[in-house]
Design a protein around this ligand. Sequence first.
Ligand code: ADP
Ligand code: MG
Length: 406
Amino acid sequence: MALIVQKYGGTSVADTERIQTVAERVVSIAKEGNQVIVVVSAMAGETDKFIAFAHKITEHPDEREMDLLLSSGERVTSALMAMAIQELGQKSMSFTGRQVGIITDSSHTKAMIEEIEASRLKIALDEGKVPVVAGFQGINEFQDVTTLGRGGSDTTAVAIAAALKADACEIYTDVEGVFTADPRIVPHARKMEKISYDEMLEMASLGAKVLHGRSVEFAKKYNVPLVVRSSFSQASGTLVTKEEGSMEKIVVTGVTHDKNQARITIMGVPDRPGIAASIFKSVSDANINVDMIVQNISNVDHATDISFTVSRADSKKAFDIIRKVSDEMGTKGVNMNPEVAKVSIVGVGMQSHFGVAAQMFETLARNSVNIMMISTSEIKISCVIDEKETEKAVQVLHDSFELAKQ
Ligand code: ADP
Ligand code: MG
C-alpha cells in the first residue's frame, strides 16, 4: 500500500464536471489499495476574481484581509471535491489549511510553511477516508489565515508529502510535464522525462510557473519524489529528482521567462560608502525582494546610476520608497520601467562550458533584442529585456541551443 499525495491545479478543477473527472481518477487510485491525499487549488479564475473585488474597494488592500479573501477559493474546491469523491462511494473529508495544522510565518500573501502538525490527516487516512486539503494556505502564530503566494498549492502538497513521508507527490496540471520552455510560447518545446531538483528550482524561480519555487526546495530538502503530469491524459509526466550522471552532459536544459518584473533606476547617486546599503535596506525593510542590481562606473562628478529589478507586484511600493530615500540623498531623480521581462537559460552543464553566455547574447543581438541588464550564476544566465520582445527572445534562444532535439 502506497501513500500518494496528488495536487490538482486550477484548470484541472475549473468546473464541476472537471472536479468529477478528477474524483474518478482519485477513487480509482484509492480502489487499487493506495492511501491518497488530495490537495486542490481554487477553480481557475476565482483568485483573480477575488483580487479584482478587493481592488474595486481599495487601491491598497490590507494584506491580512487579502489572505482571508483569497484562501476561500481553495476551500470551495475542497468541499466540492470531497462531495464528488463521496458520490462515487469512497469516504472522503475536506480540510482547510488550519484544520491540518499548516503553520506558517506571518508574512501575509507570501508566507512560508514552518511546520505541519498532520494528526487529523493521519486519523482520516486510518479511517479509510481520502482527505482533500485546501491548498495555498495556513495559519500564523496568531491563528490568522496566511497564504503562500501564487502557485502555493504545489508547496502545500509537497510539504504534506514530506511531513507524512509519502511514497510519491504528483502535481497534476494542464500540460504534460516540465518542458524545455513554456509550451504556450514554444509549441515544439520538448517534454523532459527527468529534471534535477537544482535545475527545476532555478527554472521555477526564473518564471517557469509550472511549479512553485518553494515546493521544489521542500522536495529537494526532504527528498520527496515529485512528478508533474497532466490531469487531462494518462501520459507519464516529468520526474523531478536528484541529479544523476546522465543529466550532466546537457549544457542548457531550458529557457524561462518572467514578465512579472519592473526596473527602477536612481540617477546621480552620490558615490560614497554606505549609500547602496541604505538604499537597499529601505526596500528590504518593506519586505520587497530586489533581484538584479547594476551600478554604472562613477563619472567625473562622483555620482553613479543604480538600477535594480523588483517584481511588478511590488514595483509601486518600491518606487515610492526609493523616491523618498533618493530625495533625502540628493540624487538626480528616479525612474521606473514597469514593462520589462527577464529571459533566462538554465543548465547544470553550463558551469563546465565556455561560450554559453556569448551564444545567448549573440542570439538576442542577431534578433534585435536589446539587453538592459545581465546576471549570471553557475547554472543560469538571465537578461532583462523589453517585455514586448519576450516571446521572440524565448523562441530564438530555444532554437539556438537546439533544445527541441536533445
Ligand atoms: P496549475 O493551475 O495547474 O498550477 P499553472 O498555470 O500554475 O497550473 O502552471 C502550468 C503552466 O505553466 C502551463 O500551462 C504552462 O503554460 C506554464 N509553463 C511555463 N513554463 C513551463 C515549462 N517550462 N514547462 C511546462 N509548463 C510551463
Ligand atoms: Mg501552479
